[in-house]
Design a binder for this molecule. Sequence first.
Ligand code: AMP
Ligand code: MG
Length: 437
Amino acid sequence: MTTLNHLDARSACISQYDPQALPVSAAQAIVLQWVTPLTASERVPLREALARVLAADMISPIDVPAHDNAAMDGYAFDGAALAAFASGSTALTLKVGGKAFAGHAFEGEVAQGQCVRIMTGAPMPAGCDTVVPQESVQVQDGAITFGPAALECGANRRRRGEDLARGGVALAAGRVLRASDIGLLASLGCVEADVRQRLRVAYFSTGDELRSPGEALEPGCIYDSNRYALGAMLQRLNVEAIDLGVVRDDPAALAATLKLAAETADVVLTSGGVSVGEADFTRTQLQALGDVSFWSLAMRPGRPLAFGRIWSGGRPGAGRAALLFGLPGNPVATMVSFYQIVRPALMAMAGAQPQPVPLVPALSEASIRKRAGRTEFQRGLAYRDSQGQWRVAPTGSQSSGALSTMSEANCFIVLAHEATDLDAGDVVDIMLFDGLV
Ligand code: AMP
Ligand code: MG
């Protein structure tokens, strides 16, 4: 066990705090305790606001729609005329007194016994509250005739403010803006949006064996995939990602890069060097520079994880502080740790409302070995069968180094902390990788 630092001391009050076998949920809770959301905001053009975090509640300055309008092409009239059906009439005839188009209202009076030809979206003429669809009427000599078939007073009319009422909260602060939100802001007449400044996240890989794509691969070396996967995952979260390259297993180089990272970023991500191994200088450097705990998570893949703060001045309290996540080096462990531990923290720091990823129940097509006491994230390929039932099978090697089975997968099979061996046909939770928006 590491010496009791500030972080360990504060984490100790979390039930289940055991740095040597820390449940995923406890790790997530500790990490969120240390998160301080960014407060700085900026105003950006609406077209650049996608995936940014809304800085303040957006209050609707207008009613949307601005007036009652037709939901269908047809004829608008005063629904009181429908009373004729209640007293036994089998047909109602109304004289067409004018036309209303979207953008061109009918301004005249609609006398009793009259209607107005109206197109979808056109404002309802004064005195009219009901639209009979054009396909339900017969037109003859400038008049329409229709029967009682299921037309109620107020039918086919959209009410003023029905979508958004003036003065109401159209979008709440912390919203991560999606395509529909951009459209909604435009419908309120906004040309710009106030969004939180982007979180700055610096990241680098550690290891003497790493070569960057494009370099020659000498014997015993491997290509650095983590930096590219991390860069891509950060890009998806729309943070400002700062690539600090590969750092050799050299204490001075590591110290210099960590200080630079703390100077320039809000969060620092490293990969490699956090497990207990001879050449793992990252541990000692992190210990020297900051307030960092070394955890052994009850999670697979992704057991070793360093978490804490580092300071640009090279010792706790000196200079600028940044939150640090020291991720394990094995590529799939890096990705799982990022999704399960880092992602929620980055979202919270960016000021976003929590966005838990939905779990979907699925039938496992294979038996799965599972030991109680750790959460497992297996790589799975899920599909919906012809009966509408989700089914899932592991994609093959679950080695924490096998990126190919991660790439083949379209979901994680989430095996809960307490779960034990599963038979084929048992229900498991899956976490799908892709969504619609
Ligand atoms: P470490 O945690 O540094 O002991 O690394 C664990 C395993 O992950 C080793 O086999 C490393 O070679 C591998 N590894 C570490 N960093 C990377 C990286 N950036 N890209 C691909 N593999 C890595
Ligand atoms: Mg290493």
